[in-house]
Ligand binder design. Structure first.
Ligand SMILES: NC(=O)c1ccc[n+]([C@@H]2O[C@H](COP(=O)([O-])OP(=O)(O)OC[C@H]3O[C@@H](n4cnc5c(N)ncnc54)[C@H](OP(=O)(O)O)[C@@H]3O)[C@@H](O)[C@H]2O)c1
Length: 222
């Protein structure tokens, strides 16, 4: 637990920071001064992904609505696209990494904004054969994944980029790196609301709105 966080703040960190770190560093191979696009920068994942990207010395473009523009800029976003008035795929070109958190057409259009050799990393896409093998899901399921993801792999081939869907995995060493960023003041938790345990259904409804900025924490008093 980072020395400068309390329990509520610390509880908000592991899922979204490991997800972001793995997308950017483990799968996206992010390097200093590269250009990164983060879809939905005001969300739980996006708010931390922006800060980690900046801590690693790269340029960040992100989408947010007008009401969250100041938030994502305060976290370090270099370019903010108001998704109510502009479409990211019309605005961005020659990016190294597109970190997609929304899926669907947002994912498909992420391929268009990359330079050759870039990486589309998604939390809401389809797994491929390698995913099935990596997760010990057996040959039959892995083949089905490969078939289901055909159109995404075709897009990757067409644009000469890499495609990766993943599910976050635990990592003590990555958490240690993130803890260092937090203690150095490079990454901070963004918490929207804190609920008590008897408000857990209200908290769930809040998250289901898909418009909660940052993280929502349920506090259990023991
Ligand atoms: N695979 C994994 O390991 C993994 C790990 C963590 C999360 N996830 C998934 O990743 C996704 C993102 O999670 P999250 O916690 O970051 O979501 P979230 O916090 O619920 O995202 C809400 C935020 O997204 C913004 N938003 C909504 N629609 C948008 C759009 N079209 N363009 C830009 N911004 C938009 C909202 O801003 P406005 O109010 O301004 O609209 C709000 O700030 C979820 O589907 C989650 O299940 C997967």
């Amino acid at each position: 637990m980072p020395k400068n966080l309390d329990f509520v703040q610390a509880a908000s960190i592991p899922l979204v920071s490991l997800t972001s770190y793995q997308a950017l560093v483990e799968y996206g191979h992010l390097k200093h001064e590269q250009k990164v696009f983060i879809q939905a920068g005001s969300g739980g994942v996006g708010t931390i992904a922006i800060q980690i990207t900046k801590a690693l010395g790269a340029y960040v473009a992100t989408t947010a609505s007008g009401k969250n523009s100041a938030l994502v800029k305060s976290l370090g976003a270099d370019k903010v696209i108001d998704y109510h008035t502009e479409y990211f795929a019309d605005e961005l070109r020659n990016y190294d990494i597109a970190f997609d958190t929304l899926g669907g057409n947002f994912l498909k259009d992420s391929f268009k904004i990359l330079k050759a050799g870039g990486h589309v990393i998604t939390l809401n896409g389809l797994p491929d054969y390698r995913f099935g093998v990596d997760h010990d899901l057996g040959r039959t399921r892995s083949i089905l994944f490969e078939i289901a993801s055909t159109h995404l792999r075709h897009l990757a081939k067409k644009y000469h980029v890499f495609y990766r869907f993943f599910i976050m995995h635990p990592s003590g060493s990555q958490l240690a790196t993130i803890t260092k960023f937090i203690e150095e003041g490079k990454v901070k938790p963004i918490i929207d609301k804190v609920y008590s345990y008897n408000q857990v259904f209200t908290a769930y409804d809040h998250l289901q709105s898909k418009h909660a900025p940052g993280k929502t924490v349920v506090k259990i008093n023991v």
